[in-house]
Design a protein around this ligand. Sequence first.
Ligand code: PEP
Ligand code: MN
Length: 345
Amino acid sequence: MMIIMRPGAPKDQIDAVISAVEKNRLIAHPIFGLEQAIIGAVGDGHYVAKEIFEAFPGVLEVQRISKPYKLASRQFHEQDSVFPLDGFSVGGEGIAVIAGPCSVESRSQILEIAQAVREAGAHALRGGVFKPRTSPYSFQGLGEEGLEYLVEAREKTGMPIVVEVMAVSQIAMMEKYVDVFQLGARNMQNYNLLRAVGETRTPVLFKRGLSATIEEMLMASEYILSGGNKRVMLCERGIRTFETATRNTTDINAIPVLKKLTHLPVILDPSHSTGDANFVASIARAAIAAGADGLIVEVHHDPANAISDGKQSLTPEAFAKMVQQVKIIAEAVDRKLAPISHVTA
Ligand code: PEP
Ligand code: MN
């Protein structure tokens, strides 16, 4: 339910409504606009009559949110959510580009790639240190040592770092290092992990599950949002279909559909959605044309010898070319690459 207060309603009236929400075993999520407050009352509210809240002084109207997801819905938050990361914003007019290797392999590897993607125009650096590999015998990532290298890369380039968290037990350690938690496709429905990440205030890049519907993804994002962590970016990374020509099938439809259903920023991962460096730039361009707010792209200075996902990794040169093409497409749809507000060394 959304309880819309009259413009200028005083604090004591807002507080009274919040207590009534809580007494009815719902969670209050107040949003304070310039003139008006809106209180989201979220929970299993079917049995709570909206008239209860309509009777309170200062309440203009009460609306039920018709979608099963609440905090993620456009009905709850009409405007696009825009949130600042270090040096740029996500979700506004600007397109954000996150780039880096699938896995951090060594200090020199991540420093070299970080420098190259920054020069090509990347806003943030990705790199996995705990890897969800299909085989338990494949490289599993460098763990905390990899995070130290990522932090050094951040210091040298000024780019915030985006790193996948795979388990609740990794959160406390990783929080000290990372700027954005990536939640991977395989964990989209790991509700304990989602709840735990929702308790932190670290922004999240939330990936769609391999066989998840858009509604399931939005429902799952609610586990993070309802913990009070509002900075969630949704990431389409391809879904499983009958097609075998590419690793996954990019659901381009998901971009405008998500933009209609939710206020959260929408990012596309053309690397995992195609699984092939030959197709990454085409799908990156298509995503921006379709209205995506950003991209996350795998880049490696030596794809043939990458420890993971080399086949889908762009070289720094190919990435630089892709960024230039994306810039032109962004302008064609009245967007631009997000400006970077500081540059380190
Ligand atoms: C990754 O980003 O390297 C990754 C494992 O992605 P996904 O969870 O989308 O498969
Ligand atoms: Mn990968």
